[in-house]
Ligand binder design. Structure first.
Ligand SMILES: [Zn+2]
Length: 248
């Protein structure tokens, strides 16, 4: 299957989607050409869903960076919190940068079905993100209790509460699964920015890449629809929004 054909399927829903491989290549070019740094001076932290498909489809060139530090739990929410953010902040080369790739994920199958993918060796499609889909099903059936967060299913309960706050918006949307993913993106983006505010860094830059991460069937691979690409210069505290320059 040609890349052009794969992109056409994914771009029905996410018009600026790229393959994750092309997305990472662009970041590597940016780091080398604009920041004059080598990838080995960059500490990568990702906040993406712990789903095994994200390990299977992890882009090979990401290994040119240091890391990854894994911040994400179910659907990519940065469950390692402030301690996680400050831990890897203290591991970055002094002359280098932090690169945080974050966002929820959603499946789009080869046939263009949203919220599901065909996984290796399985007869049927399965949900992706399964946690988001589970929370959405509970939302639709009024099964989420306000404030209910348990020890045994803490991460799932947190996702449920995030969706519950935007119930009307999600259930009245044309594609509720896609809207639920947007809502979770916004919660992750807010939290990442809060964590950045509260953490001290001793390197040169912070690069933030907020995306809807898209998984597909095995032969399709993964894609990234970038929503935020910010560069923070830690010497001046200046923040540049570069998403249109590199990803739109
Ligand atoms: Zn997931």
């Amino acid at each position: 299957m040609k890349k052009r054909e794969k992109l056409a399927i994914v771009r029905q829903y996410y018009p600026n989607a790229l393959t994750t491989i092309d997305g990472i290549n662009r970041v590597i070019d940016f780091v080398e050409e604009e920041l004059d740094l080598e990838p080995a001076k960059i500490m990568l932290a990702d906040s993406i869903c712990s789903d095994d498909v994200n390990s299977i489809q992890y882009p090979v060139r990401a290994t040119e960076f240091l890391g990854p530090f894994k911040m994400g739990g179910l659907d990519g929410f940065p469950f390692t919190g402030l301690t996680g953010m400050s831990a890897f902040a203290s591991h970055v080369p002094d002359e280098g940068a932090v690169f945080v790739y974050y966002g929820p994920h959603i499946g789009i199958s080869k046939k263009g079905e949203i919220g599901e993918i065909h996984r290796v060796g399985q007869r049927k499609n399965s949900s992706c993100c399964g946690a988001a889909k589970g929370a959405l099903t509970k939302l639709i059936h009024n099964l989420i209790e306000p404030g209910n967060i348990t020890e045994i299913d803490y991460q799932m309960n947190m996702l449920e509460q995030i969706l519950l706050k935007e119930k009307e918006r999600v259930i009245t949307a044309q594609i509720p699964m896609m809207e639920a993913t947007e809502v979770i993106y916004e919660a992750i983006d807010n939290r990442i920015n809060e964590l950045i505010e509260l953490t001290s860094y001793h390197c040169k830059y912070i690069i933030l890449m907020g995306t809807i991460h898209i998984n597909s069937d095995t032969e399709m691979g993964s894609f990234t629809a970038v929503k935020r690409f910010d560069l923070i210069d830690l010497a001046t505290n200046e923040r540049k929004n570069l998403v249109d320059n590199y990803f739109n």
